[in-house]
Design a protein around this ligand. Structure first.
Ligand SMILES: [Zn+2]
Length: 322
């Protein structure tokens, strides 16, 4: 466990579970989700029911406070309102987290938001359950939590039964690859080796594959990887060919640019080396893009309902400190 998080939790009487914190701050149920080591954001949750103040409070967070609290985004869920911030180092994130917890809880009090009600229904909790939603811990009515869980499960079942459209997915991957390819080609014409456009093509390809109806499965990795790799290589070869072609035209040499390219690679060591260095860069960025697509896919494959459970009234001995 991160020592800075441990210290922060102790100072503020929050409980911890791995690097995540939960408990009461200024009377309100809050949670701070650091997530995994590789997580790029921290999520600060306020497990309250905003009722008819919802719009007003969201506006306050999104418009008035977004800059000063350094928020990346704000979102509302049935279990409360959440603020997301960029996680650089635990130390600097915790400083921001402290300000967010302080400012938001003070504002919630000013707005008359109840401290101790079920976040789902806004009613008092005579009986309460300690619940967990993917690393976020809070108290709620058992029934309200179970209702939410069954809603999520049925949404997941609908997603599961959705037909998988490989052809349309492939089309999406192709468009993404083609966009990356065009940017690469155009920038090459004005003298830039824009390997990063191979990365862009791979990311866009992966994104469009899903948007066009392909599901997140192993076939997606194969289709997206092969498509964007071919597009990257094609962009690379076409760029080199057009460079050789226009150099030949300027010099008044007739002939096939492809043959000329091979000839130059055999005879000019400098061109040989530049060609393969550029080639390697294009491949590296394409593979990097594919890796990001795969990581994102694995993350999305994990069903949200898997991380949701109730620990019952006693909270398995991890009750929130009052
Ligand atoms: Zn409830």
């Amino acid at each position: 466990m991160n020592q800075k998080i441990k210290k922060f939790a102790a100072e503020n009487q929050l409980s911890t579970h791995h690097d995540d914190m939960y408990g009461r701050f200024n009377g309100y149920q809050v949670s701070v989700r650091f997530g995994s080591k590789f997580s790029t954001s921290v999520i600060v949750g306020f497990h309250v029911n905003l009722g008819d103040k919802t719009a007003e409070i969201l506006d306050w967070l999104n418009i008035t406070q977004k800059k000063s609290l350094r928020l990346q985004s704000v979102f509302l869920a049935s279990s409360g309102v959440y603020c997301m911030l960029l996680n650089m180092t635990a130390g600097s994130s915790l400083k921001k987290v402290r300000v967010i917890l302080q400012t938001v809880t003070e504002y919630l009090r000013q707005q008359g938001i109840a401290e101790d009600v079920c976040p789902y229904c806004g009613q008092e909790m005579e009986e309460r359950a300690f619940v967990e939603d993917n690393g976020i811990f809070y108290y709620a009515h058992e029934a309200c939590f179970q209702e939410k869980l069954s809603q999520i499960r049925s949404a997941e079942a609908v997603e599961e039964s959705r037909p998988n459209n490989y052809l349309r997915g492939f089309l999406g991957a192709l468009i993404g690859g083609f966009v990356g390819m065009s940017i690469f080609y155009l920038l090459f014409q004005v003298g830039y080796l824009a390997s990063i456009s191979s990365l862009l093509g791979a990311l866009l390809g992966g994104f469009l594959y899903s948007r066009f109806g392909g599901k997140n499965d192993k076939i997606k990795i194969v289709i997206v990887s092969v498509t964007v790799l071919i597009c990257s290589l094609l962009a690379f070869f076409l760029s080199y060919l057009s460079m050789v072609g226009s150099a030949m035209q300027e010099a008044g040499i007739l002939g096939d640019p492809l043959e000329m390219l091979f000839f130059l690679m055999r005879t000019e060591e400098e061109i040989f080396r530049a060609f393969w260095a550029d080639f390697a860069m294009s491949i590296v960025f394409t593979v990097l893009g594919i890796v990001v697509v795969v990581i994102d896919m694995v993350r999305r494959q994990r069903k949200a309902s898997f991380g949701m459970r109730s620990h019952g009234e006693a909270g398995g001995g991890q009750g929130l400190p009052n």
